[in-house]
Ligand binder design. Structure first.
Ligand SMILES: Cc1cc2nc3c(=O)[nH]c(=O)nc-3n(C[C@H](O)[C@H](O)[C@H](O)COP(=O)(O)O)c2cc1C
Length: 394
């Protein structure tokens, strides 16, 4: 597709989402989130949508940018949908979740349509056992800062049912997806945490589900029994070591960290990741903060209000990687919304980013918009540099 045709299509998308957004924003964030999951469940069933969504999603792929290798995976596009969108329904027990899989229910809405539309996607987080997540309102928006807050609380069908669901659809699985696993909140014993993460990951491997990467989520702020201790080097060594063994060298393992750690902790985590063979660190998860209207509860901030801190964390990790020569890539995540916010990670030398909240504020084709805007920005600055060099010669 020519650059002009891409630009026209992206312009149409901008205009369309510009019209749809005020309607969506009339609903509460919670209602919009629930409706989106209904739409994804419906879209997954519509095979006729595949070529349309693929064509639209293909816009994210900038042919001039070329493929990029990050964390042991070769990507066509450096923009990856972050964990938490395609994560699945909550269940009270594994028997219930497996029963739903046997009945043919779609327990992971978006598993098909989001990769058609957006390319690479990280599924999960999945815990060893199913979780219903937190009750009541769990998602909020803050339009002035283009932020969101959530306390979904790791709602998911559990790794065994998720793996059974995906294994039964092996023929239709996307070419590139990641699987994010986490220990159950409330499990404090390090040995049990390692055991849970490794069992969750093994559930996929044993059923022949082969993602392009696994992510170990060491950071979940949306539960009151905040497992901040998950991110200590000792625990990370144990949990990541177990994950590496369970992955059986089948897929690279990445680690996801929070945005509020000390500089020494980031450095130590980078060292542990290098030691155990983790290939990439995603910086970052959401930032813990009081939930809107319920300050005693915790809800993770994402989007604009997270961006600066996520960039700072990524910068520290990149610096340590360079200083020590560690073979661990850094993947930016937190408030990637447009070309400038993407560039804040890219200029550190980060070659891929993940995004979530940008989907709320800029619509389903946001990756294509960011890729196009960033390409334009890069071309503009190259031509400015060229002009400056000519001026100097003259
Ligand atoms: C509603 C919601 C649910 C999320 N659930 C998860 C999750 O289950 N696991 C995870 O690792 N991150 C989860 N995240 C965090 C995102 O993956 C991402 O790290 C964070 O939102 C920062 O990126 P953003 O500013 O582009 O949204 C969730 C985010 C949101 C908004």
């Amino acid at each position: 597709m020519s650059r002009r045709a891409r630009a026209a299509l992206l312009g149409a998308n901008r205009a369309l989402y510009g019209l749809a957004r005020p309607l969506l924003f009339r609903m509460s964030a919670q209602a919009a989130h629930d409706r989106t999951l209904d739409i994804l469940r419906w879209a997954d069933r519509q095979r006729w949508l595949q070529p349309l969504l693929r064509a639209a999603g293909g816009l994210a792929f900038d042919p001039e940018a070329g493929p990029v290798e990050v964390g042991g995976v070769m990507f066509d596009s450096p923009l990856i949908v972050a964990a938490g969108l395609v994560k699945g329904d909550g269940f009270a027990s594994e028997a219930d979740a497996l029963g739903a899989v046997r009945r043919g229910a779609n327990i992971i809405p978006g598993w098909r349509s989001i990769p058609w539309l957006a390319g690479p996607v990280e599924f999960g987080s999945f815990t060893r056992w199913p979780r219903l997540g937190n009750p009541g309102v769990v998602v909020w928006r803050d339009p002035p800062t283009r932020s969101a807050q959530n306390r979904v609380g790791l709602r998911n069908p559990g790794a065994v049912a998720a793996a059974a669901f995906l294994a039964a659809r092996a023929r239709w699985l996307p070419r590139q997806f990641g699987v994010n696993v986490a220990a159950s909140p409330g499990v404090d014993d390090p040995a049990q945490q390692a055991e849970e993460v490794s069992a969750a990951l093994a559930a996929f491997v044993q059923r022949g589900v082969r993602p392009a990467w696994f992510t170990v989520n060491l950071s979940c702020p949306n539960v009151e029994d905040d497992p901040a201790n998950r991110q200590t080097p000792d625990l990370a060594r144990r949990v990541c070591g177990a994950a590496m063994a369970a992955a059986q060298s089948g897929a690279p393992v990445w680690v996801k960290v929070g945005p509020a750690l000390g500089a020494d902790q980031y450095r130590a985590l980078m060292q542990v990741c290098a030691e155990v063979g983790v290939r990439a660190i995603i910086a970052t998860n959401t930032l813990p903060a009081p939930a809107p209207g319920a300050p005693a509860l915790t809800a993770g901030v994402s989007g604009g209000r997270l961006h600066a801190q996520a960039v700072e964390a990524a910068a520290l990790l990149v610096q340590e990687k360079a200083r020590q020569g560690y073979p661990v890539d850094v993947i930016g995540c937190g408030g990637v919304m447009d070309a400038p916010t993407y560039h804040n990670f890219a200029r550190l030398g980060v070659r891929a980013v993940q995004y979530w909240t940008a989907l709320i504020y800029r619509g389903p084709l946001v990756a294509a918009l960011i890729a196009a805007e960033h390409g334009q920005m890069a071309r503009l600055s190259a031509s400015r540099e060229e002009e400056a060099a000519l001026d100097r010669v003259a």
